[in-house]
Design a protein around this ligand. Structure first.
Ligand code: SF4
Ligand code: SF4
Length: 97
């Protein structure tokens, strides 16, 4: 029978749900578990900014000439921006495409 050499006590576990450094959320790039990503068709885009307003992660950001682009470091691929775009200018594509 295998012998257990050591049992870690709860006092040695890292604290969970603790922000040790205020204002550090930008360092946590949370888009790596995305399965789909939004692609903006600028030929259809009217620069209304609704994708930016509705994105729950502020991952749709202003770009040059009044357009909007996706910050894939934080985009979760939820598709809300594509659903809310009034011109169907955003298409969700599989990550591997
Ligand atoms: S919601 Fe659609 S039309 Fe409006 S800025 Fe975003 S991509 Fe362009
Ligand atoms: S797919 Fe979701 S998280 Fe990504 S840009 Fe659109 S609304 Fe934001």
């Amino acid at each position: 029978m295998a012998k257990i050499d050591a049992v870690m006590g709860w006092k040695k576990l890292d604290l969970g749900c603790v922000i040790r450094q205020p204002g550090s959320s930008r360092t946590f790039k949370t888009g790596d578990w995305r399965s789909q990503r939004p692609v903006v068709d600028r030929d259809k885009c009217i620069k209304c900014g609704l994708c930016w307003v509705y994105c729950p992660d502020l991952a749709m950001v202003p770009a040059e000439e009044g357009y909007y682009k996706v910050n894939l470091d934080y985009c979760k691929g939820c598709g809300i921006c594509a659903k809310e775009c009034p011109k169907d200018a955003i298409t969700m594509v599989l990550e591997e495409d």
